[in-house]
Write a protein that binds this ligand. Structure first.
Ligand SMILES: [Mn+2]
Length: 311
């Protein structure tokens, strides 16, 4: 059942005990929005537990009260309300079976599956943290520095640090209010942009493989299996080639096993989901992926041929 923001606040106020959760593979919005709500509920005198069924990335250790987040290791959890933030029920891991309380779902994903007793969904908000910001007002809780830091982190993460097209005047006003309440922008960005020496060196090696095709309209990173074995993560690599002037489609081809390549694609205009579909992959118009069961050189050739047809 869809409910309003006011009704959402009323649900929170009428519960004495809450389990708060968010998605596995947690990001800044998952952690920021759930930590902020958790702290507000504690301040309102509620019993609250914050459960996330995954490891918390080290980069978020600057978030106030991050140690309050527990994995759902107990047999079961009793509460008046299970609050799921920034997620649908299928991505909360073991929390789903261990807490059988009525579900209040607060989310901004248009793809939310609606599997909740009560759903507050606002797809116009850039981050679930923006909704938590609105809830603070509804609940008459003045964000302190800790809450402000968490809300600011959620908004900053989901807007690519206020760069993506989802960044609205509301986003900036909410962020400004959080700065006023004590959030520190530089602490958030320094923590989230930080990379290890190894990660930077891995990226430097991968960048040596950049090749342009089709008069510079396609840029690719091609990582053979030998190089792949020495690299930890390729997170963010593709964005570095996507920004090259004149490039429409960026591709990252990784030979993850000898004779098997995994491919990611990003575009500024062309529909890369159709390219991915040609190899039984999928995705969105501007971000898609697929696999090709071939060694690097052949996979690259097949992929570029398919892209050439679409250009
Ligand atoms: Mn989010």
């Amino acid at each position: 059942m869809k409910i309003s923001l006011k009704e959402t606040a009323a649900k929170l106020l009428s519960a004495d005990s809450l389990v708060i959760t968010s998605h596995v593979n947690p990001d800044g919005d998952a952690l920021g929005s759930s930590l902020a709500l958790y702290q507000m509920m504690i301040r309102l005198g509620k019993r609250a537990e914050l459960l996330i069924d995954d490891d918390i990335p080290e980069a978020f250790s600057f978030l106030p009260d991050i140690a309050a987040i527990k994995k759902p290791e107990a047999e079961s959890y009793d509460a008046d309300l299970l609050v799921m933030l920034d997620v649908s029920r299928d991505r909360i891991g073991r929390v789903a079976e261990k807490c059988r309380a009525p579900i209040l779902n607060i989310d901004h994903h248009i793809t939310n599956d609606g599997e909740a007793d009560f759903l507050y969904l606002d797809a116009g908000r850039a981050a679930t943290a923006e909704i938590v910001y609105q809830l603070a007002r509804e609940l008459a809780v003045e964000p302190d520095e800790a809450v402000a830091m968490c809300i600011y982190t959620g908004i900053s993460t989901d807007t690519g640090n206020f760069k993506f097209s989802n960044t609205t005047p509301f986003t900036m006003r909410a962020a400004a209010d959080m700065l006023e309440a004590g959030a520190k922008a530089h602490i958030v960005s320094e923590a989230l942009e930080q990379r290890s020496y190894q990660e930077v060196m891995d990226k430097a090696k991968a960048m040596q493989t950049i090749e342009l095709a089709f008069d510079g309209r396609v840029a690719g990173i091609y990582i053979d299996n030998a190089l792949y074995e020495t690299i930890g993560s390729t997170e963010g690599f593709i964005d570095t080639v996507r920004i090259i002037a004149g490039v429409d489609a960026a591709v990252l081809v990784k030979e993850v096993e000898a004779g098997r390549c995994r491919i990611s694609m990003r575009s500024k205009g062309m529909d890369v989901s159709r390219i991915a579909a040609a190899f039984q992959g999928g995705g969105h118009i501007r971000a898609a992926g697929c696999s090709i069961e071939k060694p690097l050189a052949e996979a690259k050739e097949m992929l570029l041929q398919e892209i050439g047809k679409a250009l």
